[in-house]
Design a protein around this ligand. Structure first.
Ligand SMILES: Cc1cc2nc3c(=O)[nH]c(=O)nc-3n(C[C@H](O)[C@H](O)[C@H](O)COP(=O)(O)OP(=O)(O)OC[C@H]3O[C@@H](n4cnc5c(N)ncnc54)[C@H](O)[C@@H]3O)c2cc1C
Length: 228
């Protein structure tokens, strides 16, 4: 492994080991990691995995009190690092820095609306595992099989709306399924009000929803975590 840069010499580097890895769909997998005894984080935060010169950030999906760490990753065809992680066997040693980020749940008197695309669902999983409930969650995915973790979200959410690609040809994808983008659902169905929006995933989604909130939901707050 490449020696840490001088900037990294100031931050603590943790060592961890792959405990398990399994596929949630043909492109998305979960990876469980051992938790270094001194590592602490808040639900919604992320870690930065170090691999030679490569640095990649991933949101933790476990709760801070859980005995292990876990990540939910999309394997990017042709990507530099996610294909390596997608074939990491149990026992593989990894190093990381963190925790990082401010994408944490802030209780308030406004209703919370969580909006995720793809693996952008990850930080919300950690929040729910920490006891956050009564939110509206929109999860934008291409097809129903990508609604991973819905069994965890449905009982905790006030309203859970899968948003499937408009052209997805699926049956049996459950009740309350919306065909179209998360931004279209918000524009067409969310009652005018002030909310706390938490947006995580693709930057286009975050841009579209931010513009919509400015126009349609004045008085709202927006917290964002951009994945790519
Ligand atoms: C704050 C933060 C948190 C993140 N948390 C997660 C997480 O919890 N789970 C997760 O899967 N990823 C997460 N990411 C993305 C992750 O850091 C990597 O960018 C991703 O794994 C791709 O790395 P790679 O080396 O395989 O591909 P690269 O070689 O870096 O990139 C190849 C191409 O894929 C694009 N790309 C990157 N991510 C995606 C994606 N999800 N879908 C489609 N195209 C993409 C890149 O823009 C680039 O064009 C997060 C990113 C940030 C900044």
């Amino acid at each position: 492994m490449k020696p840490p840069t001088s900037k990294e010499q100031d931050v603590q580097i943790y060592c961890t080991e792959v405990l398990d890895r399994f596929w949630l769909t043909d492109r998305v997998f979960e990876i469980k990691l051992s938790k270094p005894s001194t590592f602490r984080f808040m639900a919604g935060q992320r870690i930065r995995l170090l691999h030679g010169a490569i640095r990649r950030d991933y949101s933790l999906i476990t709760a801070p009190h859980d005995p292990t760490l876990a990540l939910c990753l999309k394997m990017i065809e042709g990507g530099e690092y996610s294909p390596i992680l997608s074939s990491a066997e149990p026992g593989t040693r990894l190093s990381f820095t963190g925790p990082m980020g401010y994408f944490t749940y802030r209780p308030s008197n406004k209703p919370a609306v969580f909006v995720a695309t793809g693996t952008g669902i990850a930080p919300f999983l950690s929040m729910v595992r920490t006891g956050v409930t009564d939110f509206t969650l929109l999860h934008g995915v291409h097809e129903a099989k990508s609604l991973y973790y819905q069994d965890i979200f449905r009982p905790a959410a006030r309203l859970y709306i899968p948003c499937l690609a408009a052209d997805a040809d699926e049956t049996g994808s459950g009740e309350n399924v919306f065909r179209g983008r998360v931004s279209h659902y918000l524009a067409e169905h969310l009652a005018p009000n002030a909310y706390d929006f938490y947006l995580c995933g693709r930057q286009e989604m975050i841009r579209d929803v931010t513009l919509l909130v400015d126009e349609k939901f004045p008085g709202s707050l927006i917290y964002t975590e951009v994945f790519y």
